[in-house]
Design a binder for this molecule. Structure first.
Ligand code: WQD
Length: 349
C-alpha cells in the first residue's frame, strides 16, 4: 500500500450488520474507510459503535447508492479511494418474494450506479457481497466455487446471481478493473466488544437473531422448521460463519486486489470465493449449543418445513484458504456467546 487512494475503501452499505464489522477490520488493518449508507435498514448508532471500537471518527455519508448523481457528488467527487466493498442491498428473502420489483430495483440499481462511477473515476477494485443462495440445493456437497449455480428460488437470490454476472461482464470490459465476489454462507454472531451486532427490524427471519430474542424473552418460542429432512437429526444443515471471520475475508480480498493492481498482475480479474467454515451444523445442534455455552434456555418446538429452504448446504473453503490465505478462526461456541452478549446489551439485560 502506498498512496492514500490505495489505502482508502468506500464501504457502500457500511452501516449494516456485515458492513460495520468489515469497517472495524479494515481500520484495524490500516485502511481508511468512507461509509455510504441510506440508513434504510440500519441505524446511525451502528456507526457510533464502530467508532467506539476503533477509537476515532469514521467519515459517513447518508446517501442512497441508487442515486447516481448524489453518490457522485457526495462520495466519488469528495473522497479518493481505489476500492469499494458493496454491501448496499436489501436481504429479506420472504419480502423479496412479495415485492420482487423493490428488490430488483434497489439491489441492481445500487450496483449499476457504483460500477458506473467506478469506471468514471478510475476506481479499480470491488468486493461484492454474494451468497450461498446462488447454489440452490447442490447435488454434491460441500459446494465448491465450480458447483453449478441453480436458478435462485427468490428474487433476492436472483439479484445476487444477476449482480455476479453484471460484475463479471463489467470487469471484462473495463481495463484494470478487478472484482472479488464473496459467497457468504450463514453469517452469525457479533463483535466481541458487543458494541456492534445484528439489529433486525421486526420479527427476525434468520435463525440466530430468533434464538437470541427467544432467550431474551422477546419471543415466546423458536419454531424449528422441519425435523424430517434427510440429515442426521432431521433438521436442516447450514454452514454458520462468524461475522468477524467474514469481515476479515473482505480485508484480505481488498488487499489482494490492491496488491495485484500495484504489481500489474495479469490473469483473472474476476474471482469468486466461498466464505464459510466448511462444517455443517444442524438447526437443533445450533440451538442446543447456544443453550449450553450461554447457560440459558431457548424454548423451541418442531414446526412445518419453511417453504424455499434447502435441506443442506455447506462450503468447500479450500479456494479461500489456499488463494486468499483466509481461514475461519472463531469457534462456534465463542460465536454464540458473542451473539448472546450483543442481544443482552441491546435489551439492557
Ligand atoms: C437457517 C436455518 C431454517 C429461522 C438465508 C438466505 C441467505 C442469507 C442468510 C441473507 C434454516 C432454520 C430459521 C427460524 C428455523 N441471506 N430456521 N427457525 O435460510 O439458510 O439463509 O439467510 O441475509 O441468502 O437465504 O438462513 O437463518 O433463515 O435459516 O428453524 O425461526 O434455520 O429453516 O434451516 P438461510 P436462516
Amino acid at each position: 500500500m502506498s498512496s492514500s487512494k490505495q489505502k482508502t475503501v468506500l464501504v457502500a452499505g457500511g452501516a449494516g450488520y456485515i458492513g460495520t464489522h468489515t469497517t472495524v477490520e479494515l481500520i484495524e488493518a490500516g485502511y481508511d474507510v468512507v461509509i455510504a449508507d441510506d440508513l434504510s435498514n440500519a441505524d446511525i448508532s451502528a456507526v457510533r459503535g464502530v467508532e467506539a471500537i476503533v477509537g476515532r471518527s469514521v467519515p459517513f455519508v447518508e446517501v442512497d447508492c441508487c442515486d447516481t448523481e448524489a453518490l457522485r457528488r457526495e462520495v466519488f467527487e469528495k473522497y479518493a479511494f481505489d476500492s469499494v466493498i458493496h454491501f448496499a442491498a436489501y436481504k429479506a428473502v420472504g419480502e423479496s418474494v412479495a415485492e420482487p420489483l423493490k428488490y430488483f430495483r434497489n439491489n441492481l440499481d445500487s450496483l449499476l450506479s457504483v460500477l458506473a462511477l467506478m469506471k468514471e473515476f478510475d476506481v479499480h477494485n470491488i468486493v461484492f457481497s454474494s451468497s450461498a443462495t446462488v447454489y440452490g440445493q447442490p447435488d454434491e456437497l460441500p459446494a465448491t466455487e465450480q458447483t453449478p449455480r441453480q436458478r435462485a428460488n427468490s428474487p433476492y437470490g436472483l439479484t445476487k446471481q444477476m449482480s455476479e454476472d453484471i460484475i463479471q461482464d463489467t470487469v471484462a470490459a473495463v481495463p484494470g478493473m478487478r472484482a472479488i465476489a464473496l459467497r457468504y454462507f450463514n453469517p452469525i454472531g457479533a463483535h466481541p466488544s458487543a458494541l456492534i451486532g445484528e439489529l433486525p427490524k421486526g420479527v427476525p427471519n434468520n435463525l440466530v437473531p430468533f434464538i437470541t430474542q427467544t432467550a431474551a424473552g422477546v419471543r415466546k418460542e423458536l419454531a424449528v422448521f422441519g425435523d424430517d429432512y434427510d440429515t442426521p437429526d432431521g433438521s436442516c444443515l447450514r454452514d454458520y460463519i462468524d461475522v468477524v471471520d467474514l469481515a476479515r475475508a473482505h480485508v484480505v480480498a481488498v488487499s489482494r486486489m490492491v496488491e495485484r493492481t500495484a504489481a500489474g498482475a495479469e490473469g483473472d480479474r474476476y474471482e469468486i470465493f466461498n466464505i464459510g467454515t466448511g462444517r455443517p451444523v444442524s438447526v437443533l445442534e445450533l440451538v442446543h449449543r447456544f443453550e449450553e455455552v450461554n447457560g440459558v434456555a431457548v424454548p423451541h418446538r418442531i414446526a412445518e418445513r419453511r417453504p424455499g429452504d434447502v435441506e443442506k448446504i455447506w462450503a468447500a473453503t479450500d479456494k479461500a484458504n489456499d488463494v486468499l490465505g483466509w481461514h475461519a478462526e472463531r469457534d462456534l461456541g465463542e460465536t454464540l456467546r458473542a451473539a448472546w452478549a450483543w442481544e443482552k446489551r441491546v435489551r439492557g439485560l
